[in-house]
Each structure stands twice: as C-alpha cells, then as structure tokens.
Write a protein that binds this ligand. Sequence first.
Ligand code: ZN
Length: 278
Amino acid sequence: MYAAIEAGGTKFVCAYGTSPQDIHISEAIPTTSPKETIARVAAFFSGRKLKRAGIACFGPLQIAKGRIAPLTPKLEWRGFKIQAAIEKVLGCPAILDTDVNGAALGEHLWGAAQNSKHFAYVTVGTGIGGAAMINGHLVHGLLHPEVGHMRVRRFAGDAFEGNCPVHGDCLEGLAAGPAMAARWNVEQSEQLPDSHFAWAMEAHYLGQMAVNLTCAYSPEILILGGGISLRPGMISMVQQSAKQEMNDYAPLPKIVRARLGARAGVIGALALARRLTR
Ligand SMILES: [Zn+2]
C-alpha cells in the first residue's frame, strides 16, 4: 500500500491505496504550522503498513534537498525539510515533487497522457503551474519548471498592469483567475459570463503559452487543468489562438482537458509514490 500526500498551501489531503480506483482519502487537514500539520498527517496513516509515500507539494521546492524553498511566502514553512519529516512519521521512503509535477505524472499513469511520453501539463486557476515530461521523465533541472511565470506579449489594448507580486505582467500576472477578476472588476473570474470578451483574451494568453511550450519542448499533447480549463469552449479557443500565433511554423500538440479533475493533487501524490523514478 502507498501513501499519497497532497501538501497544499491551504490544506493537506492524504490517502492510502494502490490506484485511483482503490484509494482512501482523508478529510482536508488545514495547513497551519509544520509541526501541527505533520502530526495530523501522521495520525491519519497511523497503523498502516506503507511501502512508499509520494508528496505533491506547493512550491517553490528544493527537491534535491527534500525541502520547501526558503523563498516561499509561507513563513513557517520556509526551508522546512518535508521529505525527511514525512519519512520519519510514516516509517517509509518518500518521494517529493511539486504538485503540478505530481498531477502531470498522474495524467501519464491514469489520465489524458497514458499513451504519451512527451507531453506538457498546465493548470490554470488561482495560479498557473506547469510541467513537462520528456522521454518519460519529468523535467526538473535547476529547480523545476515555472511555466506560470513565462513572459507573454500583451494583448493589444489590455491596460491591466498584471498582479504577479514578482513580475507584474508575466503569464500568471495576466491570465490566472485573480488577474482576470482584477482586470474585469469582479470578485471571481467564474462570475464572468461565457459571452464576455475576457475569455477570448484569456485564450489569447494561453495560446501564447501553448506556442512557447511547443517551441521549447515539442510536446505531443498539452493537457490543461484547473478551473479555467473547464469554461465551455476554452480548450478549442486556446487551440485556435495557438494556431494563429504559430502561423503554421511547427506542428502544435493536441490540447486536451485534464482527466484527474479535483483529485489531481492527491492522485498526483499517489503517482509519485507508485513510480520509483520521477
Ligand atoms: Zn510572475
């Protein structure tokens, strides 16, 4: 049996089992202090015989050091060695990766990329995060991909300054849910009706992202997850926008919706635990 830990910025969700069809999921555990949160995680798994644990964690991470990067805005978690802490309380080896890398691996094992070893995965919601698998391995590199912070060309006439606290008008600062809400003066992007121009502009930004990922990685599939991907027509609008931007220069991946849905985090953690190598 495997342990899966979705370590989110606001909540942890734990599970044990062997596959998405055979999994027992915990109630949400609020992300408070590391000490308190890890104690509740330990209590959930208490008495279970576990082979390995996967931790799909909020970032940024220093994966090689098994810890959360010192620059995370979550002060109490800065530099926290989450991998060692989980190994200690669960008594089994643990694999640490980002939540988006976990979700991408989950899509590869059980979702929209089961037949592909070269694909990209991007979730667009309150933030934008992405992952790429090349030759069956997730890209890690110096840190891990930060797809949400790529630079994009501004939509003509878009006067919104962007709300990424680090870059202002990077992709996330222009196209994540909070950016849409701020630009169009609504509380949440979900309130914008399907007919609103906001969605065409959103597709423009995500189309540029699709082209940038294609130019860098040449993926066979681009999987879109997160709340914004669920908007009716969004996938085909992004595909159209990418086609225009690419101008027939290189083949574009098929853009598809993520299949793991709301359980992407915890299923991603299970995928990390299941696969020996990332
Ligand atoms: Zn940014």
